[in-house]
Design a protein around this ligand. Sequence first.
Ligand code: DX5
Ligand code: ZN
Length: 226
Amino acid sequence: MTVPPPVIAPSILAADFARLAEEVRAVESAADWLHVDVMDNHFVPNLTIGLPVVQSLRAATSIPFDVHLMISDPRRWAPGYADAGAYNVTFHAEACDDPVALAKELRSAGAKAGLAIDRDTPIEPYLDLLPSFDTLLIMTIKAGFGGQRFLPELLDKVRAARRHAATGHLELRIEVDGGIAADTIEQAAEAGADAFVAGTAVYGAADPAEAVRRLRALAEGSMRPA
Ligand code: DX5
Ligand code: ZN
């Protein structure tokens, strides 16, 4: 069995928002995707950036965008991010009453479709929807803020999703988000994750590109065949 190479996705939530383009360029040669956290002060208490910033940033770099929508009304807003050129658009299961319909819309707008599962949401009700998705994002914290402590018990959801994907021969990236750093990425990879978001661990480092390379090496050493 072959193991796909890991995806490392630095989160710009931990970057300097006054120097966004420069901060993206600091990781674009080392990283696979750029993780963009969109928060609406409604689905989560925090407020970050929206479509105009993503459109401007899209023109400033060639790295694929992994847009993580922590917003209450993804059916209204998500397709706009696909139209803006996002590679992957992920919305929260808790915020959408028809995830499969929105996934179809995103795919027909040319993006990959992602489903996110927050800390307190069980994975089981969503397993049968996974063939409609390209990415499953499992929060390893409560969504809303960077810099929180990784919750290892949430990796049980990663294990369940990986088993389900293997049984159904699904082509699914399983992404973990929250508290991913040099001391946590290996357990996430062992659980079956193959895409890793890291904010503080990348942008809090003196050399963000080097931090990405280090995370990649650790993930590669721990990923297992599906
Ligand atoms: C939080 C965001 C994360 C955040 C992770 O809700 O979804 O992407 O940037 O930050 P760290 O890596 O610092 O936990
Ligand atoms: Zn995120």
